[in-house]
Ligand binder design. Sequence first.
Ligand SMILES: Cc1cc2nc3c(=O)[nH]c(=O)nc-3n(C[C@H](O)[C@H](O)[C@H](O)COP(=O)(O)OP(=O)(O)OC[C@H]3O[C@@H](n4cnc5c(N)ncnc54)[C@H](O)[C@@H]3O)c2cc1C
Length: 457
Amino acid sequence: MADRVVVLGGGPAGAVAALRAAQIGAQVTLLERRELGGTCTNRGCIPSKALLAISALAAKIRQADEFGLRVSGLEFDFPKMQSRKDEIVTRIRGGIESACKRHAVNVVPAEGHLDGDSVVVEGGQRFPYEQLVVCVGTEPSGLPDIDMSQPHVITSDGVWTLDRIPERLLIVGGGVIGCEFASLFAPLGTRVTVVEVLPQLLSGVDARTAQAFQRLLQARGVEVHLECRAEELSYRADGVRARLSDGAEVEADLLLVAVGRAPQTRDIGLEEAGVKVDPRGHIEVDQYLRTANPRVWAAGDCVGGLQLAHLASAEAGRAIENALRPALARPMDRTVVPNCIFTQPEIATVGLHADQAREAGHEVKFGQARFIGEAKALAEGDADGYVQLVADAGSDRLLGATIMGAHAVELIHEVAVALSDGFTMAELGSVIHAHPTMSEVVMDAAQQGHKAAPYLS
Ligand SMILES: Cc1cc2nc3c(=O)[nH]c(=O)nc-3n(C[C@H](O)[C@H](O)[C@H](O)COP(=O)(O)OP(=O)(O)OC[C@H]3O[C@@H](n4cnc5c(N)ncnc54)[C@H](O)[C@@H]3O)c2cc1C
């Protein structure tokens, strides 16, 4: 008889767990309390990229004069931008719904709680399982000093239903989400202020890249306050006023709180079912993604680490394969995970940056090239940024890359493949790249690492 699999949560992790389980031949029930697609499709990756595409276009149009194009009267129809975004979200969600139908996944629109060897929903219906995969994701966090119930205070969830472009936006939190929204709204004419408590934006990205990005953000008119907190907030009928800990005063019609996300693991019976949860609420799993209860597995944002949709999906695929094919069980390998930040310009990393490589005991060497030296980047008017490759100085084996610049989120995959295959920097540099392309900057960086780039000293 087919294994009975229950999946809790239908985001990028849960949907993949359910679909892979069905492909393997299990009888699958997927419980989702909101919409299929989870944060990514409905409130994260997809809506943000749909709006970012428009603001990137607006930024390009503002550059038109540089290209010899005279464009006047740029106007924004924000409700139309939002409805275009909604159509894209609906379409992607529809794709997930039909994949579930095709694979005969029983989708139950309800909140599930663990109870013994079943998941139970309101009304008492029980879904017994042989294997359970918990993929409940995260929700935006607030800050104790900020009254999140105020009408002009939102988290990322509030952006998708805004009916107008804010004139002045105060973003508390200069991490990935805060910086993506700064990049989204600045080209739409919003005066954006970002307040970050740490000494750099985009914590986790190497300091040099974070500083270079900050300069570009500031050049686009965004005000940045580092090592700073928003204090003394006053809420008004038309917005908020904040005194910052560095003494500055900011008035804004909208305050966006982007200070991280908390796992949705409370009160769903995890501990009672023998599943261990750490003090921050993340589910503890071993390298096979198995929890302390051998029949319960967990994947995605709720297990902590990098919060990325593709990593969530990869973990879920690994978890369900380990659950249903124990003889072939494999540990989760997170050494090559592209991490893409959809700011303007884009930033993408994979593997280790220099400090991480040194901490891991490597003597490092670099290969670097800037977009400004590439014909295609100049032709497209996108010459900001660079590629930095990191390799082990002794073996020349690639350890990681940071790319900041146009199409960084696409270019990074070439390095990801090279890393997966254990390429040396010399091997990457010896792959012929078409001319003129943005990709040449990756080849040039690899050649530069060997002092073999003909046009770079
Ligand atoms: C603004 C923003 C932009 C982002 N952009 C990107 C990006 O460009 N690229 C990227 O890789 N990542 C991005 N992310 C992160 C990405 O959305 C997450 O990493 C991804 O959604 C995690 O997938 P998940 O399945 O683990 O969790 P989620 O997507 O959060 O899904 C969990 C699901 O479980 C459901 N659920 C929770 N509890 C229960 C329960 N008890 N019963 C039933 N259902 C339950 C929830 O309703 C939810 O649908 C972004 C996030 C945000 C907020």
